[in-house]
Design a protein around this ligand. Structure first.
Ligand SMILES: [Zn+2]
Length: 112
């Protein structure tokens, strides 16, 4: 169990640079953010890599709440993206069902 979590963390850590480059798929983002809600180490790793990508060192960042806030904003944006993606997906499925019902409805109308 403990080893499994370690592997998971390594997988998540590898996602971080791609997350910061906005190259993760919505699904990967969801996996990563879900993991970070429960894993402080990975969240910390994200914060550190974010600092590095912003070209700041830790001492600067500890005095710079704006940077931490902008990371929080980025994470919130990701959650919004995940939500709207789910919404689009269900919307799409709903449309297909509606079209199928319409087709069946018109076929039935023609036959009757
Ligand atoms: Zn982790």
């Amino acid at each position: 169990m403990k080893d499994e979590r370690k592997v998971d963390c390594k997988k998540i850590e590898r996602m971080i640079p791609r997350y910061l480059d906005n190259k993760l798929s919505v699904y990967e983002m969801q996996v990563m953010l879900d993991h970070m809600r429960e894993c402080k180490n990975c969240k910390e790793e994200l914060t550190i890599q974010y600092m590095v990508s912003e070209g700041l060192n830790k001492a600067e960042v500890e005095n710079d709440y704006n940077l931490l806030q902008s990371l929080e904003n980025k994470i919130n944006d990701s959650y919004k993206q995940i939500k709207s993606h789910d919404f689009l997906y269900f919307g799409f499925v709903f449309c297909i069902i509606a079209i199928v019902c319409l087709v069946i409805g018109s076929v039935v109308t023609i036959i009757l």
